[in-house]
Design a protein around this ligand. Structure first.
Ligand SMILES: Cc1cc2nc3c(=O)[nH]c(=O)nc-3n(C[C@H](O)[C@H](O)[C@H](O)COP(=O)(O)OP(=O)(O)OC[C@H]3O[C@@H](n4cnc5c(N)ncnc54)[C@H](O)[C@@H]3O)c2cc1C
Length: 380
């Protein structure tokens, strides 16, 4: 299936990842969910396997694979049935480190990228603030130039890997009076005086650490400016496109898992003298899910093809993210319903999935914001 996009090399990666997820992640997921973080050693193991630099340049240890390789990573990781684990890894590989690859200079890449690809340094992307999420231009954290330093003051919130990360790519206002044109990106290392992080408690994604970051007169070298001063907003918007594709692929994979689990349960569970799967209402519910999931998958693959062909995919990626983020929520709701009371119990994976998927229609561009973008691109 999908032979035009998934070739032999993609299948090899898929087989390898499936084995890795089954052997190295699935047996530990419950423990990591309870602990509230995945161990750093998982990043190292994934780095050793070559999973953390799939599209990154070969000269820094990456594989320079194509976008479809990234889809394979997202789809297979999501099979571990913990969106927290999936988010922690894909933020590192596809949402944070691409900033360094795209905007970093040779010295910055040399200094950080090989260790990120080897899984020795974990990274995070810090844009959202307590007073500005969807409205990126509204961020308030400031970076003031002082000789060969920038001084950062302000805070960030909801940052995935924010507590554990060794390297953070941080958006700050260098010229607050210029609005979105006054945003720049910086590299901040854990341990820099004036920088601190605390873990937030949340509803799902329990295996992923989500941090609140504080910057109090945090002095960083001016050499840590990432790309050009004042271009940060455009860098963030550009990187968001990849992020949204990865999120959409994860959502479809979650849906597929949830549906398979619900089918297995419906075949086994008896009600009114026959398996649930023989009741037409349940059959139609599952058939409808299959229709919607396939539509989501096709959107993901279509959008990835557009990227691969170098076409303008901005409208399609917003459509894809809006559709798949909502789809994951609808499918998780219906699959839990099919499980009845057992779906509400922790021993069934659908309980975690139901909590985990909630954020996919919020993070990385909320559905409403995606719809605004689509409407703008329709010239409405
Ligand atoms: C678990 C988790 C992990 C995250 N990880 C990261 C991370 O690693 N890095 C990072 O920078 N951020 C991260 N985020 C933040 C995430 O990207 C934001 O939550 C998201 O962008 C929405 O911003 P907000 O929460 O401030 O909501 P707001 O922007 O305040 O929006 C609130 C509601 O209003 C709606 N809304 C906003 N504007 C409009 C509008 N113009 N028209 C109609 N409706 C609108 C939104 O859709 C939403 O429903 C994470 C969030 C969570 C929950």
């Amino acid at each position: 299936m999908y032979r035009d996009i998934f070739k032999e090399e993609h299948q090899i990666l898929r087989d390898s990842l499936r084995r890795f997820v089954t052997q190295e992640i699935v047996p530990h997921v419950d423990q990591w969910e309870e602990k509230g973080a995945i161990p750093k050693s998982l990043f190292k193991k994934m780095g050793d396997m070559g999973y953390l630099g799939i599209r990154h340049p070969k000269e820094y240890g990456g594989s320079e694979g194509d976008i479809f390789m990234t889809l394979v990573l997202a789809e297979e990781l999501a099979r571990c049935r913990s969106a927290g684990v999936t988010a922690a890894v894909t933020v590192h590989t596809d949402m944070a480190s691409p900033h360094l690859v795209r905007e970093g200079n040779a010295q910055q890449k040399e200094k950080y990228l090989p260790a990120i690809i080897r899984g020795e340094k974990i990274c995070a992307i810090a844009v959202t603030e307590p007073d500005a999420g969807s409205d990126v231009a509204g961020i308030r954290l400031t970076a003031k130039r002082d000789g060969d330093r920038f001084i950062l003051n302000g805070s960030k919130t909801f940052i995935t890997n924010g507590y554990q990360a060794d390297v953070l790519f941080v958006a700050a206002k260098t010229s607050p009076e210029k609005g979105h044109k006054g945003i720049s990106m910086f590299i901040v290392e854990k341990g820099t005086p004036g920088f601190s992080a605390r873990k937030l408690q949340k509803m799902g994604w329990l295996a992923s650490d989500t941090g609140e970051l504080t910057f109090e007169d945090c002095r960083i070298p001016a050499a840590n400016l990432l790309g050009k001063e004042g271009e940060g907003f455009y860098y963030i918007m550009n990187n968001f496109q990849d992020e949204r594709l990865v999120i959409s692929a994860i959502c479809v994979s979650h849906c597929q898992q949830a549906m398979e689990d619900a089918i297995a349960y419906a075949k086994e569970r008896q009600a009114f003298g026959k398996p649930l799967s023989q009741h037409q209402v349940i059959r139609h519910k599952l058939a409808e899910m299959a229709i919607q999931i396939e539509a989501g998958r096709q959107l993901v693959y279509h959008t990835a093809r557009m990227y691969n062909w170098g076409l303008d995919w901005r409208k399609e990626i917003s459509i894809c993210k809006a559709f798949c983020g909502e789809l994951a929520n609808r499918v998780a709701y219906e699959c839990l319903q099919i499980h009845g009371g057992f779906g509400y119990m922790k021993e069934y994976p659908i309980e975690r999935m139901y909590r985990d998927v909630r954020v996919w229609s919020i993070g990385g561009g909320a559905t409403e914001v995606m719809k605004n973008d689509i409407a703008n691109r329709l010239n409405i």
